[in-house]
Design a protein around this ligand. Structure first.
Ligand SMILES: [Zn+2]
Ligand SMILES: [Zn+2]
Length: 345
């Protein structure tokens, strides 16, 4: 069960819709006996509600980002709540709306958060204390508090909590051991974790507790909920810049601060994109000027490759001449990285 239309075709169809869509995300850790059955049921029912997005189901739970026709919002919410495991799921609305997906994808995975750590290094029955955004906002300013960004490098590159520890990890399996290493000796401090929507902190807090950290807190609802609540309460956000998102929008603006810089000319920019050369497709940050100069490519070789006729491009891709097809900016921004991580939130 899946959609066979091309992405361009699907996008065109979406443009002609005469109704509004809303972006929503949710997750739940719970034991699911038969993720495949659940996957098929969800696909069958959600396609009827014209829902698009990306959902992961695994034996440990569900992780979903969906784009819903506004008129189906309530039906959708009660449908999800009608499923046994999901009766208490909380939905998070996006900070900024916009077209996020072109079709519905529901995939069965081993884990809903791919930290790739051994099963005995955490215990999901012992997780960090959930703090409501407003309490988190106050708590991080208290003495002996540390704040840790539980996301990947490229996410914190465009937005982060002021004074947060950025683990600088490029691979999912590196992240948790690295955080434990950085925090080593601070087991008595109040450790505050945050991520996009909260899902990653559940497992991360469990891992740190098992490592001997005594006070571990997690931002309930993640950056998404935090941004909403700061606005609602008219408080100055401690999170600055953009919230990176794993869909076509690539980011939601939280504050006007430009935290990142263009990977090519180093001027301030927080505009993530994939290299226009499909053979490269690397994820990187590019300012508008460089976008013009390099034709939305990550480098001059990629730009030149793109100027070749399609037949030649095809041939070169087959030759696997990596020098031509994918000139990497630096090993840090390998396109594989993006694929590896995009089943987070
Ligand atoms: Zn630039
Ligand atoms: Zn490129």
């Amino acid at each position: 069960m899946h959609n066979k239309k091309s992405k361009i075709e699907l996008k065109k169809n979406l443009e002609h819709e005469d109704f509004e869509r809303l972006n929503l995300s949710f997750y739940k850790y719970c034991l699911i006996d038969n993720p495949k059955n659940l996957r098929n049921k969800l696909y069958f029912d959600l396609i009827k509600l014209e829902i698009i997005g990306r959902i992961y189901v695994s034996e440990e739970g569900i992780n979903a980002q969906v784009c819903i026709p506004k008129h189906n919002l309530e039906v959708f919410k009660s449908y999800i709540h009608s499923i046994d495991f999901f009766s208490d799921i909380k939905f998070k609305h996006a900070i900024e709306e916009g077209t996020s997906f072109s079709k519905l994808k529901i995939l069965v995975r081993n884990e809903i958060v791919a930290y790739k750590i051994p099963k005995d290094s955490y215990d999901m029955k012992k997780i960090g204390v959930h703090l409501k955004p407003i309490d988190f906002h106050r708590s991080i300013k208290e003495k002996d508090s540390v704040v840790v960004d539980m996301r990947n490098y490229y996410e914190s590159e465009v937005g982060r909590f002021k004074n947060a520890i950025i683990p600088n990890a490029h691979f999912s399996k590196e992240l948790l051991p690295k955080v434990a290493e950085i925090l080593n000796g601070n087991e008595d401090k109040k450790v505050h974790l945050y991520c996009t929507g909260g899902i990653r902190c559940e497992k991360a807090s469990s891992y740190l507790i098992k490592k001997g950290f005594k006070e571990v807190y997690q931002l309930e609802g993640g950056i998404i909920q935090y941004a909403h609540d700061m606005k609602k309460n008219d408080l100055e956000s401690e999170f600055i810049g953009k919230n990176f998102v794993f869909d076509d929008r690539m980011g939601e603006r939280v504050t006007s601060d430009i935290v990142g810089q263009c990977h090519q000319c180093k001027s301030p920019s927080d505009n993530h994109k994939n290299c226009k050369n499909q053979a490269c497709h690397i994820l990187f940050i590019q300012c508008n000027q460089c976008a013009k100069k390099y034709n939305d490519c990550c480098s001059e070789p990629c730009n030149q490759f793109l100027q070749l006729d399609l037949e030649t491009q095809k041939k070169l891709r087959k030759d696997k001449n990596k020098k031509v097809t994918s000139a990497k900016l630096s090993s840090k921004f390998r396109p594989k990285l993006y694929k590896l991580f995009n089943y987070w939130e």
